[in-house]
Ligand binder design. Structure first.
Ligand code: G
Ligand code: G
Ligand code: MN
Ligand code: NA
Length: 254
C-alpha cells in the first residue's frame, strides 16, 4: 500500500494493474493449463511504461519487496473467483522480482498467496538469473522448501542473457520457458527450427516441461507441436488479458 501511495502521488500518477496470458497445451490449444501474470504500468503523462523498467526502478528504490508483496496480494484477490467459484485447477505463474527471492519467500507465499485462497499446487514461480542473486545452493534450498509446499518453478527467458545453461544444469526447476527469440523464423528456416527442436529435447532430457513462448502463427504452432513441445504461450493462442476476460475464456472453454 505504501508503494502504491508513493507511485500514485501527483503530479503524473503511475498506476499498476495485472493481466493474464493463458498458457495452453501444445497438442490442444483449447486446453488452457493456466496463465502467466504480467504487470502493466501506465503513467498519466508518459503512457505505457515497460514492466521491466518499473520493476528495476522499484528494486533500485528499495521497493522491490513492497512491489512483490503487492503483486502477490493482487493475484490472490483477482484469482479468487476462478479458484473458489469455477473450481479452476490450472496454474498461475508469477514472475519473481529480485527482492522476493530471499528466505522470506516461503512466508510471503504462505501468507499472501495460499492463505489468500490460491491452492499451492497451482502456483508456479518464474525465475531468471536476474532475480537469482543468491548462490545456487541457497536458491535450491529455497526451491526445495517451496516445492515441499506444493509449488512449482520455471526457469524463465531460457537461452537469453537472463538465463543460461548453467542455470538449467544447477537449478531444480520443473519447467523451462524457452525465450521467444528461438521461435522467431522457425517457419522459414530449417536451421532455426532444428535449433528450437534441440532446446526442447534438452528440456525433455532434464525431465522438465517445456513452455514455448512467443508462438505467433499457425505454422509455428504446428512445428512446435511436431517437435514435442509441452506447453505454448503466445499471441497465436492468446494475448495477455484482464482477469474478467480470462474468466470468460475459462467459462467458454470450460
Ligand atoms: O508483458 P511484457 O512482455 O511486456 O513483459 C516484459 C517483461 O517484463 C517480462 O518478460 C518480464 O521479465 C517482466 N515482467 C512482466 N511482468 C512482471 C512481473 O509481474 N514481475 C516481474 N518481476 N517482472 C515482470
Ligand atoms: O516474463 P516473460 O518473458 O515470460 O514474459 C513474457 C512476455 O512475452 C510478456 O510480456 C508477453 O506480453 C510477451 N509475449 C507473449 N506472447 C508473445 C508473442 O506471441 N509475441 C510477442 N512478441 N510477445 C509475446
Ligand atoms: Mn515470465
Ligand atoms: Na520469458
Amino acid at each position: 500500500a505504501g508503494l502504491i501511495k508513493f507511485l500514485n502521488r501527483e503530479p503524473g500518477s503511475l498506476s499498476l494493474h495485472l493481466v493474464y496470458q493463458p498458457i495452453v497445451s501444445a497438442v490442444d490449444q483449447n486446453f488452457i493449463t493456466g496463465a502467466e501474470v504480467l504487470l502493466r504500468c501506465r503513467h498519466d503523462d508518459l503512457g505505457f511504461i515497460p514492466p521491466n523498467r518499473v520493476v528495476n526502478l522499484c528494486e533500485r528504490l528499495g521497493l522491490g519487496l513492497s512491489l512483490g508483496r503487492w503483486l502477490f496480494r493482487e493475484v490472490a484477490r483477482e484469482t479468487r473467483y476462478i479458484y473458489q467459484h469455477l473450481g479452476f485447477r490450472g496454474h498461475i505463474s508469477i514472475n519473481l522480482n529480485p527482492a522476493m527471492l530471499t528466505h522470506k519467500l516461503a512466508d510471503d507465499v504462505k501468507e499472501l498467496l495460499i492463505d489468500g485462497g490460491i491452492p499451492p499446487s497451482t502456483i508456479c514461480m518464474e525465475i531468471t538469473e536476474d532475480n537469482a542473486a543468491l548462490e545456487f545452493g541457497s536458491i535450491n534450498q529455497l526451491i526445495e522448501r517451496l516445492k515441499a509446499m506444493g509449488i512449482t518453478f520455471a526457469l524463465d527467458d531460457f537461452g537469453t542473457g537472463h538465463s543460461s545453461l548453467e542455470y538449467l544444469r544447477e537449478l531444480k526447476v520443473d519447467r523451462l520457458k524457452i525465450d521467444r527469440c528461438f521461435v522467431d523464423g522457425i517457419e522459414t528456416s530449417d536451421d532455426k527450427a532444428r535449433f528450437l527442436g534441440s532446446i526442447i529435447a534438452m528440456a525433455d532430457q532434464a525431465y522438465m516441461k517445456s513452455v514455448i513462448e512467443g508462438v505467433e502463427n499457425q505454422e509455428q504452432w504446428l512445428l512446435v507441436r511436431e517437435m514435442g513441445g509441452s506447453l505454448i504461450q503466445g499471441y497465436f493462442a492468446h494475448k495477455p488479458m484482464p482477469m474478467d476476460d480470462y474468466t470468460s475464456l475459462l467459462l467458454d472453454l470450460g
